[in-house]
Design a protein around this ligand. Structure first.
Ligand code: FES
Ligand code: FE2
Length: 376
C-alpha cells in the first residue's frame, strides 16, 4: 500500500486530534489510478446544463478520466452521452461544441451515425464477415439529470443519480434550480490534485487570508446530509456571489426557506462536483481530474431565468462573473503552492482545526471508496 498506515490512522481520528492526509493521497500516481477505477469510472460526474444543448444535433465534447466523451441531443430531443470514438478504427468523432446536423460523420473514413448513436453509413463494408451495423453504434454512457444539471457515468451499475444525491435536491428545492439558466463559464487548469480544489471550498478558515481583497473573512456552519454529498453554509444575509457595491445585486429568489435565507451553501456532490448556492443565484465548480498533480476546473454561473430578460441583466451580472473568476484564481494560486509543498521529501501531515471538518470528511469518503480506511 503506497500510503503510510500510521499517517492514515491519524487522518481518520476525531477531528480535534486528526491530522491531514498523507502526501501520497495527493501526489502518488498509484493512488490516482486507484481513484480512477474506484471513483471516476463508477460514480456520476457532472457535464453541463441541459440548456447548453438546446437543439437536436447540438453536441459538446469533453475530456474525462474515462477518455473523450460527447453529449449529443438526438433528433428525438433526448440528450445522450457517448464515448467519443468511431467504431471502425477509433477516431474522435466530435470536437469542441456545435451542431452535427442529422448525422455525425467520422472524419477518418466517413462512417456516419444518427444523433441517437445508431450507425448509419459505413462505406465498403459489404464484404466484412459477420459485420452487423446494429452492433456498431456509438457506445453510450449512463446519463441522468437533476434540475437541468446533466450527469453521466461510465458504468451501467449502481444507484440512480437521485439515489446518489440523497437529500441534496430537498436542500435546494426553494432555490428552484430547475428554473435557473447558465449564463457564464470559465475554465482553469490548476497544477494540483483534484481533491485540493474540493477541500478548499469546504472550509472558510482560509478566506480572510487568501481572499482578503475579495470576499474576506467568513464564518460557516456544517449541515447534516444524507447521500453522497457534504455541505457547509457561509452565514451572510447579503449574497456573497457579488462584491460590487456600485452595481446592486439581483433580488433574492422568491420563496426561499428559512435556512436558505441565512447564507450561501457550499457543497461537494461527491466525488467531483461542487454547487455553491446563494440567495440570488448559484454557481458550480466542476473538477475534472487529469493526473495526480493536474486538474481542470470549470466554474459556471446560473441565474433564475426571469432575470435574463431584465434590460440591465448583463450589467448586473458582470460583477458576479468578475467575483467568481477572481476568487477562483486566488484559490488556484494557493492550491498550486500547496501541491508543490506536498512533494517535499520531509512532508508530514499537519494537525487539523475544527474548521477543517469537511476537509476531513471528503478525504474519509475517498478512503472508504478506495478500501483504504484503517480499521477502528
Ligand atoms: S475510424 Fe471512423 S470511419 Fe474509420
Ligand atoms: Fe477559497
Amino acid at each position: 500500500m503506497p500510503l503510510n498506515p500510521n499517517e492514515l490512522s491519524e487522518a481518520v481520528q476525531p477531528i480535534h486530534r486528526a491530522r491531514s492526509m498523507p502526501a501520497g493521497f495527493y501526489t502518488d500516481p498509484a493512488i490516482f489510478a486507484a481513484e480512477r477505477e474506484a471513483l471516476f469510472l463508477r460514480h456520476w460526474f457532472f457535464l453541463c446544463r441541459d440548456e447548453q444543448l438546446p437543439n437536436p444535433g447540438d453536441y459538446r465534447a469533453f475530456d474525462s478520466p474515462g477518455g473523450p466523451i460527447v453529449a449529443l441531443r438526438g433528433a428525438d430531443g433526448i440528450l445522450r452521452v457517448f464515448a467519443n470514438y468511431c467504431r471502425h478504427r477509433g477516431s474522435i468523432l466530435l470536437e469542441g461544441h456545435g451542431n452535427t446536423g442529422a448525422k455525425v460523420m467520422c472524419p477518418y473514413h466517413a462512417w456516419s451515425y444518427l444523433t441517437d448513436g445508431r450507425l448509419y453509413g459505413c462505406p465498403d463494408m459489404k464484404d466484412a464477415e459477420g459485420f452487423d451495423r446494429r452492433e456498431n453504434g456509438m457506445v453510450a454512457l449512463d446519463c441522468q439529470s437533476w434540475a437541468g444539471f446533466v450527469f453521466a457515468r461510465f458504468t451501467h451499475e449502481g444507484p440512480s443519480l437521485q439515489e446518489h444525491l440523497g437529500d441534496l435536491p430537498d436542500r435546494f428545492a426553494s432555490h428552484k434550480p430547475q428554473d435557473m439558466r447558465c449564463t457564464w463559464t470559465v475554465t482553469l487548469e490548476p497544477d494540483c490534485n483534484w481533491k485540493l480544489i474540493l477541500e478548499n471550498a469546504m472550509e472558510t478558515y482560509h478566506t480572510g487570508i487568501v481572499h482578503r481583497d475579495t470576499v474576506g473573512a467568513q464564518t460557516s456552519r456544517t449541515l447534516p446530509t444524507k447521500g453522497n454529498w457534504i455541505c457547509i453554509q457561509v452565514i451572510s444575509g447579503r449574497s456573497i456571489a457579488t462584491l460590487s457595491d456600485s452595481v446592486p445585486p439581483f433580488d433574492k429568489i422568491e420563496g426561499l426557506d428559512d435556512d436558505a435565507r441565512m447564507g450561501t451553501y457550499f457543497t461537494v456532490a461527491l466525488p467531483t462536483m461542487q454547487f455553491a448556492v446563494a440567495q440570488d443565484c448559484l454557481w458550480w465548480l466542476n473538477v475534472t481530474p487529469i493526473s495526480a498533480g493536474k486538474s481542470r476546473l470549470e466554474i459556471g454561473g446560473c441565474f433564475p431565468k426571469a432575470r435574463l430578460s431584465q434590460p440591465d441583466f448583463e450589467e448586473r451580472a458582470a460583477p458576479y462573473y468578475d467575483r467568481w473568476e477572481k476568487v477562483g484564481r486566488e484559490d488556484v494560486g494557493i492550491l498550486e503552492k500547496q501541491q508543490k509543498a506536498l512533494g517535499s521529501a520531509l512532508y508530514r501531515p499537519g494537525p487539523l482545526s475544527g474548521r477543517d471538518d469537511m476537509v476531513q470528511a471528503l478525504g474519509v469518503w475517498v478512503l472508504d471508496h478506495l478500501g483504504l480506511r484503517p480499521e477502528g
